[in-house]
Design a protein around this ligand. Structure first.
Ligand code: TYD
Ligand code: MG
Length: 453
């Protein structure tokens, strides 16, 4: 008979211990151990119905790369983030906060694929709910099978019957296997189920997309090992109150992690945004102070984005500082640079910063436009709306070079800007003739004089 044993498993790295521990000795995480019940003496771990002949060592030169082309998912953003389509036999994890649109993204993709057979396994919604969602997205597809099941063994049985070309599991936290006693979503269940799904994908050549939840710390729920075993990890990000969503690749064994996809959440599903600068172009901010335009790069794509700042005299003793879509520590650093190096008295001021569209931008080239927006609001002078800028600001107030400067300049020109401020000496090797006026600045003061006098 199967016996159950209690073990404590680290949520972060998956290490187990017979006793509860405050700090994980392997990954150093505090308070990460959770209690789990594991049954022993049952079916051996990992044994499943897809057991095949054991492989023998091969010489690398004898391994065929396979002529299987990638599966075109008919969604340019998703294809690009995956590195040019879905690789047969790959296991992809799509993570994101609840309600961000993971199920919508994958369902609408599956419904567009009318030349291959797909199986959408949902452990979260009933078939009726899925149908309602499909109606909302306004598409139907006779090659798409829906299965509402959470038992892994049953999923494999149905997969064998249906023989799909592509499987989606929504979500990995709802799936469980009989071989492990603990509840669905626990570390050992997630680990075991994904390991077996990986084995299935590799042996059958059928690509699988797993949808995963994000826990409150912002990482994909379940042990880190989940991220290690899959071939690619995609993250779906964005502010639920805004309509824009960003799809990033955090890990990709078959492509670059620099690519990103942008979507807009509409009444009838997600729309691909092929020209990200449209985030900005819809705004009309002529004559408003506290607004500056940055020529930013996210991943490998250039786009122009609006930075807004509001500076006002602090009502309380301690001034308030808040930033949306920008790292607050970086903003504080930039304010300190303005204070110390450029002599602006911001110490008694509240500063609020906002990046338009609810996007989080990590590009250091945003610094210059953050500073410009803050100063513009502080002085209550609007920046000419035909001017945009890019540049990283260093601790001594110097403006440091940024990457992909050509792309930034060309994007700004394409969108009709007349002038761009860029870091000094950043133009090496750039020979393209442009109509946009390029102004190279060395220091924050220089940019300040140019913008406000
Ligand atoms: P959902 O895909 O269920 O999110 P997740 O699977 O990541 O939890 O997305 C749910 C949200 O998306 C919900 O707030 C409603 C909204 N939505 C739209 O705005 N338009 C649509 O066409 C659909 C299907 C959903
Ligand atoms: Mg969902």
């Amino acid at each position: 008979m199967a016996k159950t044993k209690t073990v404590y498993v680290c949520n972060s790295c998956g290490n187990d211990s017979p006793k509860w521990l405050g700090k994980c000795p392997v990954c150093g995480e505090w308070n990460s151990y959770v209690e789990e019940h594991i049954s022993t003496g049952q079916q051996k771990r990992g044994a499943d119905i897809f057991e095949t002949e054991r492989p023998r060592p091969l010489q690398l030169k004898d391994v065929s790369t396979g002529e299987d082309p990638r599966i075109n998912l008919k969604d340019d953003e998703l294809n690009r983030v995956l590195g040019g389509g879905l690789v047969p036999g790959s296991l992809v994890l799509l993570g994101g906060e609840p309600g961000i649109g993971k199920s919508t993204l994958i369902l609408q993709t599956v419904l567009k694929l009318n030349d291959i057979k797909t199986l959408y396994v949902s452990g979260e919604e009933s078939a009726r709910q899925l149908k309602m969602r499909a109606d909302r997205i306004n598409s139907s597809n006779e090659h798409c099978y829906i299965l509402c099941e959470t038992n892994l063994e049953q999923i494999f049985v149905q997969a064998k019957n249906v023989t799909p070309d592509f499987i989606v599991i929504d979500s990995i936290q709802t799936v469980y296997t009989d071989t492990i006693e603990s509840s669905p979503g626990s570390v050992s269940q997630v680990r075991e189920c994904s390991a077996r799904i990986l084995k299935y994908a590799k042996e059958s050549g059928v690509p699988v997309i797993l949808i995963g939840h994000i826990n409150k710390e912002g990482s994909i729920a379940g042990p880190k090992v989940l991220e290690h075993i899959v071939d690619a990890v995609l993250q779906f990000d964005g502010d639920q109150h805004y309509m824009y969503r960003i799809l990033r690749s955090i890990k990709n064994r078959f492509g670059s992690t620099a690519e990103l996809g942008i979507y807009e959440m509409r009444q009838n599903g997600l729309r691909e945004v092929s020209n990200p600068s449209e985030l900005l172009l819809t705004q009309n901010h002529e004559g408003l102070s506290g607004v500056s335009i940055s020529a930013a790069i996210e991943g490998v794509r250039p786009f122009l984005i609006e930075t807004q700042a509001l500076v006002s005299t602090a009502a309380y003793g301690t001034p308030q500082r808040s930033a949306t879509g920008f790292d607050i520590r970086r903003m504080n650093m930039l304010l300190a640079v303005l204070e110390k190096r450029a002599g602006f008295k911001l110490i008694q001021k509240d500063v609020f910063l906002n990046i338009a569209g609810g996007l989080k931008v990590n590009d250091p080239g945003m610094d210059l436009s953050v500073i410009a927006a803050v100063l513009s609001s502080n002085l209550d002078i609007a920046i000419d709306r035909h001017v945009c800028m890019t540049g990283e600001v260093g601790l001594s107030g110097e403006i440091r070079p940024v990457n992909r400067i050509e792309q930034r300049i060309l994007e700004a020109e394409k969108l009709g800007f007349q002038e761009i401020l860029i870091p000094y000496n950043n133009l090496k090797g750039f020979t393209t003739k442009t109509n946009i006026k390029i102004l190279q600045v060395r220091k924050v003061e220089e940019a300040f004089r140019h913008l406000f006098s």
